[in-house]
Design a protein around this ligand. Structure first.
Ligand SMILES: [Zn+2]
Length: 92
């Protein structure tokens, strides 16, 4: 088989597997989610400084960032919630 054909076949498998992984992650409740507070500060123009949080899910390996000002609190439990309402544990 030609290299081009083999590479195309492998690339198609990767596309399909990434889609499958994305589907699994969409259904994950992100139990055990952690959030690490980070900052990008000290910029010459301080209005460029940003404060964000990096989330990591131990179940599905999803990780993403959001601005800290999007963090919410559960009114009843006081838990920290991501923008989409996933409970997380702050870590360093
Ligand atoms: Zn997850």
């Amino acid at each position: 088989m030609k290299i081009r054909t083999r590479v195309d076949k492998v690339n198609q498998k990767i596309v399909n597997l990434r889609a499958e992984l994305e589907q699994i992650r969409k259904t994950c409740p992100h139990q055990g989610l952690t959030g690490t507070y980070r900052a990008n500060v000290g910029n010459y123009d301080s209005s460029s400084d940003t404060y964000y949080i990096v989330y990591r899910c131990p179940e599905c390996d999803a990780h993403w960032q959001e601005y800290q000002h999007d963090i919410r609190r559960d009114k009843e439990t006081g838990d920290s919630l991501s923008k989409d309402g996933f409970k997380f544990t702050p870590t360093n």
